[in-house]
Design a protein around this ligand. Structure first.
Ligand code: WT7
Length: 652
């Protein structure tokens, strides 16, 4: 447990209470009501969730049983049937929302498209017909590898509409990474684009897909959105243009109803061993969690124009761009490109241009804006904003205060939301009309969430001491399993405490302060959080050792002002290879090719040997200290050969 972080955050005790004005208009503005609802949600969860599920979702067939909990496997709303896309679209037709903007899109070159709920419903219906005519139906897997363009949202919803399971792969992932994900879930269809705009250049997505599908026997069709007009090769019999097929299809589409527990999507996320984990979310519980949390945490109003800067390739994009927001009938704003293109004030410009009211972004982005300078912010009014959100990693108090002062003009509440790919929706967060916030704390659990900080025996630790963050009761939007590997699901999340298969271990360290507020310290396994993205050290190491020059590699994180954690790798070379700057560059691009540029190491250090225990286990703790530039502290009695450490330290 990194104690230093615990003590450093505990110095922060400023409190920011919601203004009377915000409280008065809030969806939930009373502490007493929050307490009553929270108590009901954890003391009588089935009664609570039954009521919420009836209120928030449109059912084709009512459920008979709220929860079946055979720890660690949960099923929610058994017997119920619904269609997730219908819950996001059809329900708004014939209401005042029909001609409201569902989606406003701005491309990096500046092109803007507005799509109403009726139009979005039309696009989704057309694509649903097309993919059904390709023989894709309930339970089939579809990989989506697209830029942040409206078609990404349409593709997800069309899959949901026909009961196909989507797996969205972030456009920054390499052909290798895409191939592995397609093969793991055996996708039949890949939906991609010719390219996407990023920093004025075209990212050649179709070319990446071409490379990936050379090694994916299950893929029958590749559907290509024309976005950038860059030249692409279309393989006859396999590749089709979106514009030729979807846009030409008839609009009416009769959506089938699916079981509450029908799989909705697989999203791959990093674990501490090599292979990414395919987190599986199902329909009703997931949608309920996403919709209800969005309503309360973002205090959604009919007139809001909501901007979440996350890509749909991450869980934030699933829950809080697409499902949670559209189910609430909100207007979402999506942006294709980089935040500093053409200038570092792109977000602020867009907020003014489209009168956006809510901004949900990540601490790493906030720190980048801080570094680019306040002048870029001050040029813009930002007076449409009324609420700010943060997600992905602990937000450092300096960044919080900057966000509050420069962006929120001290007027907008900040919701620092803690959750994970696995939890499906926000678990710990302020409610903006109720909770007094403290910079750096995600504050208190959301409805239905029983979060605790415990020791190795699963005993709650005293207030203000660090421990493991666990969730002790099932919740509707929890992951159901890991795709194709239920044993790993059990091992990874429910095996931390022997004999307690009902305890979900988050992998995070945390403490609760004297007010019961949660302060997340970070991951305690071998998973790094670089710019708000989880990266498994093992994945990077296996990418490195697949290079002919590398004998052994160890990846660790080092604190970084901008990215939260920077990636530092230690590499020993095979005989016959010499350390050089050129080789460093080669290794960086090799990792970029294997995983994607988000995993490119910030620092590469060549070493004659790595510190190991007598049993041959690499001692990462020592490497972490060396990477951070500090002295090696703590117990080194299990270290096999100290000269290795001495050499590493003298090296930099
Ligand atoms: C991990 C989950 C949830 C969507 C984005 C990341 C860290 C996330 C916070 C926060 C402190 C946070 C945790 C968590 N994390 N939000 N508000 N404060 N830490 O999803 O890739 O599944 O990563 O991100 O360490 O376990 P993810």
């Amino acid at each position: 447990m990194p104690d230093q972080t615990i003590t450093s955050v505990s110095r922060e005790n400023r409190k920011f209470r919601p203004s009377a004005e915000f409280k008065a208009q809030a969806n939930l503005g009373s502490e007493a009501l929050y307490k009553r609802l929270y108590a009901e949600s954890v003391n009588s969860p089935e009664k609570f969730w039954s009521k919420q599920a009836k209120e928030h979702l449109v059912w084709r067939k009512p459920f008979k049983q709220v929860l079946k909990w055979q720890a660690p496997h949960a099923q929610w709303f058994l017997g119920g049937k619904l269609n997730v896309a219908e819950n996001c679209l059809d329900r708004h037709l014939g209401t005042q929302r029909e001609n409201k903007a569902a989606l406003i899109f701005e491309g990096e070159p500046g092109d803007v498209r507005t799509i109403t709920y009726r139009q979005l419903h039309g696009h989704v219906s057309q694509l649903a017909q097309v993919i059904e005519s390709m023989g894709i139906g309930a339970g089939d897997r579809v990989a989506i590898y697209l830029p942040m363009i409206p078609e990404a949202v349409i593709a997800m919803l069309a899959c949901a509409r026909v009961g196909a399971i989507h797996t969205v792969v972030f456009g920054g992932f390499s052909p290798e990474a895409l191939k592995d994900r397609i093969n793991d879930c055996k996708a039949k269809l890949v939906i991609t684009a010719d390219g996407g705009w990023r920093r004025g250049k075209v990212i050649e997505l179709k070319a990446n897909v071409d490379k990936a599908v050379e090694g994916t026997p299950t893929v029958q069709t590749v559907m290509v959105v024309k976005r950038c007009g860059n030249p692409v090769t279309m393989k006859a019999g396999r590749d089709v243009w979106w514009q030729d097929t979807a846009a030409a299809a008839a609009k009416p589409h009769k959506a089938k109803a699916f079981d509450a527990e029908h799989p909705l999507f697989i999203l791959y996320t990093s674990g501490s061993t090599g292979k990414p984990k395919g987190v599986l979310h199902t329909s009703a519980g997931y949608l309920l969690g996403a919709k209800m949390s969005a309503h309360y945490v973002f205090d959604l109003k009919e007139t809001d124009r909501y901007f979440c800067s996350a890509d749909i390739g991450w869980i934030t994009g699933h829950s809080y761009v697409v499902y949670g927001l559209l189910a609430n009938g909100s207007t979402i704003f999506i942006y294709e490109g980089a935040p500093n293109q053409p200038e570092p004030d792109r977000f602020w410009q867009m907020i003014d241009r489209h009168a956006l009211t809510i901004l949900y972004t990540a601490p790493t982005a906030i720190r980048a804006f801080m570094r680019w300078g306040d002048d870029y912010v001050r040029r813009h009014r930002l007076d449409s904003l009324r609420l700010l959100g943060s997600v992905g990693e602990p937000i450092n108090p300096e960044a919080w205060i900057w966000y509050h002062t420069l962006i929120g003009k001290k007027r907008c509440p900040i919701v620092d939301t803690w959750w994970q790919t696995e939890t499906g929706c926000i678990m710990i967060s302020p409610l903006p009309g109720v909770t007094a916030t403290k910079p750096g704390s995600a504050t208190r659990p959301f409805f239905g969430v029983v979060a605790k900080v415990v020791d190795d025996q699963c005993r709650e630790v005293p207030r203000n001491s660090g421990g493991k963050l666990v969730i002790t009761q099932p919740w509707p939007s929890m992951l159901r399993t890991l795709w194709g590997d239920d044993d790993r699901y059990v091992r990874q999340y429910f095996s931390e405490f022997p004999g307690r298969p009902e305890i979900y271990f988050t992998g995070d360290g945390a403490r609760q302060d004297e007010d019961g507020y949660f302060w997340i310290v970070g991951r305690i396994d071998d998973v790094l959080n670089v710019s708000g993205h989880r990266i498994g050290t093992a994945e990077i190491e296996s990418a490195l050792v697949s290079h002919p020059s590398v004998a052994e590699a160890a990846a660790v994180g080092r604190p970084d002002e901008l990215k939260g954690q920077a990636l530092c790798v230690f590499v020993t070379l095979k005989a016959g290879y010499a350390a050089s700057e050129e080789l460093k560059e080669q290794l960086r691009s090799h990792v970029g090719k294997e995983i994607g540029s988000l995993a490119k190491p910030d620092t590469i250090r060549f070493a004659a040997g790595l510190p190991k225990t007598r049993s041959g286990k690499i001692m990462r703790r020592i490497l972490k200290e060396i990477a951070a530039g500090g002295a090696v502290k703590g117990d080194i009695s299990t270290l096999d050969d100290f000269s290795v450490v001495a050499a590493l330290q003298s090296d930099e």
